[in-house]
Design a protein around this ligand. Structure first.
Ligand code: SF4
Length: 453
């Protein structure tokens, strides 16, 4: 790749990092969770956008080369993915490469941490390459609940709803893999079956997309989960269940977390990772809390001017919250008819685990609220260990570690912090083996009615 130029015009941060109609462009999606990104891309294709999931982790050296080292690790990984992909496209197409055909998709979050800045920062870096300046960055934001401002208004709402269903279906397929793989009778059969399921689901999402006939998606999901249940070897004893919480990208991106879930399985555990839908539900729940707080303000300082927009926002967010709860319950009901995967927690229930804000407060925001509440919910559900997975120096996860460690120590539940920055830690496997040994002891103690062994 050609060396970058030094020019960095700041005005492009608003013109070339924006919400605009991406129809007719090739939308480049960074890969996060292996199934979810593919199904999300299929949802975009169902609405006429040529969306592709980029190869991941192959451009990490580029991502590291063009960052300072102070950035969050997911920022380096996603930057590496897009640089590597566009470099590959240039080599493949030669003179036919036209940067303006592509749009790079990089969502953002408001709030106190750095995720809101990734796309601006990556804009500055892309702009240093003359032949990549014409690749705009499109984003969705938590500030308006991920309203799909990158599609025409007539389709945006329907896309958003289909996208949510694909997120939940992907969560369920991932949960099926963690439930079945450690107990499969034939090694490799779970991965092979679920790969088939994802491919079939991608096609079906594109087919049914605009009609949003979710029943066809559910029927297919049921068929594959019933087949997955058939792969279980009933003679294998149940392993200690390990709940994984932490930063959403790291916990769901196997390359970045050095295949943590599979390592835990290899050492004798069964994993359940906090779902991706949890984050979308949290964004909606957070909007609900804000609307409530506006109502309280209005009651304290009545002003007719604020009433109409507040009513409109309240109805909108209640409808969204209701839709998500309804769809998520539907998908899990289908799944649970065929396979006993782990159920998902509602965000409202996670808030109750914070014990009236004694452990943390949702008003502070960030994923720390979900991770702390999620870890405590796992313990309540008799999990035998908790791993907090995060990028090295991640602010919310560091808060989470500070709160969870003493809490879980008091509850005598094995706990492990696992931070990643792309380097290989020689003692990681040893720490994991020790942790799984403790989790196994915890399981045996639990099955013995709490008696110490
Ligand atoms: S959640 Fe952590 S890794 Fe993600 S942007 Fe915030 S500080 Fe960085």
């Amino acid at each position: 790749m050609k060396r970058p130029e030094e020019e960095r015009p700041l005005s492009r941060l608003s013109t070339q990092v924006a919400q605009f109609d991406v129809s007719g462009k090739t939308l480049l999606l960074p890969r996060m969770n292996p199934f979810g990104s593919r199904l999300l891309a299929a949802a975009f294709r169902a609405f006429g956008v040529d969306a592709r999931v980029m190869d991941t982790y192959k451009g990490l050296a580029l991502g590291k080369e063009f960052t300072s080292g102070k950035e969050c690790f997911p920022c380096q990984v996603t930057l590496g993915d897009v640089l590597h992909h566009l470099q590959g496209e240039k080599e493949r197409l030669g003179a036919g490469f036209a940067a303006e055909r592509y749009v790079y998709f990089l969502p953002e979050a408001d709030g106190p941490c750095r995720f809101g800045m990734y796309n601006k920062y990556q804009r500055l870096i892309l702009d240093r390459f003359p032949d990549l300046r014409a690749v705009p960055i499109a984003y969705l934001s938590t500030s308006n609940g991920y309203a799909a401002g990158i599609l025409p208004a007539s389709r945006a709402r329907y896309f958003r709803r289909l996208a949510y269903v694909t997120v939940v279906i992907a969560d369920v397929l991932e949960r099926a893999s963690w439930r079945v793989r450690p107990y499969e009778a034939v090694a490799g059969s779970t991965d092979a079956l679920l790969e088939q399921a994802v491919q079939a689901m991608e096609k079906l999402i594109v087919e049914v997309g605009p009609s949003r006939d979710c029943r066809r998606l559910y029927r297919m999901l049921e068929r594959y989960l019933a087949a997955a249940a058939g792969l279980l070897d009933p003679k294998r004893p149940r392993r200690p269940r390990i709940g994984l919480v932490g930063e959403i990208y790291l916990r769901t991106h196997p390359e970045s977390n050095q295949n943590l879930a599979r390592s835990i399985e290899r050492f004798g555990g069964e994993v359940v990772i906090a779902s991706v839908a949890e984050w979308f539900n949290y964004v909606t729940y957070d909007r609900l809390l804000r609307v409530r707080s506006r109502w309280r303000d209005l009651v304290r300082r009545p002003a007719n001017r604020g009433l109409a927009p507040l009513l409109r926002d309240t109805i909108g967010v209640l409808a969204e919250h209701g839709y998500q709860s309804w769809r998520q319950a539907q998908v899990y009901r289908c799944a649970l008819r065929c396979l006993d995967i782990a159920r998902d927690h509602s965000v409202r229930s996670l808030e109750t685990w914070l014990d009236h804000n004694r452990h943390f407060n949702f008003a502070i925001g960030t994923e720390a609220a979900l991770s702390i509440g999620g870890a405590l919910a796992y313990i309540h559900d008799d999990y035998d260990g908790i791993v907090n997975v995060f990028p090295f120096t991640c602010m919310p996860s560091t808060i989470c570690a500070a709160i969870l460690k003493p809490l879980l120590h008091r509850s005598q539940v094995p706990y492990l912090d696992a931070s990643y920055d792309g380097t290989v830690q020689p003692n990681r496997d040893l720490a994991l083996r020790t942790f799984i040994y403790q989790a196994q002891q915890h399981l045996e103690q639990r099955l013995n009615g709490g008696r110490r062994l």
